[in-house]
Design a protein around this ligand. Structure first.
Ligand code: ZN
Length: 87
């Protein structure tokens, strides 16, 4: 079972247990992307808290992350019934 590090708590976890967000070559973040740089986070608190991710994603991707990008991700996650806390 491959393992990945959560970008929030830095714990090593089974890849299958984590939410994956990919950044495509044109810089778009998506949980459904198939190519590009991947970052992972736990589907439980506090790692699924959106404001936490703004900083952690920015650090992991080495670029600023816009609130609008987080909102798009949030929509995707909601569609997948993955909980994403917003406060
Ligand atoms: Zn975590």
């Amino acid at each position: 079972m491959p393992t990945r590090t959560c970008i929030v708590c830095r714990k090593l976890q089974d890849q299958a247990a984590l939410i994956r967000v990919r950044q495509s070559l044109d810089g778009q973040l998506s949980t459904r992307g198939v190519t590009g740089r991947s970052v992972y986070f736990c589907p439980v608190q506090p790692c699924n808290t959106a404001p936490v991710h703004k900083d952690r994603l920015a650090r992991a991707l080495r670029r600023p992350v816009l609130v609008s990008e987080l909102e798009l991700l949030q929509k995707e996650l909601t569609c997948q019934r993955t909980q994403w806390e917003t406060n």
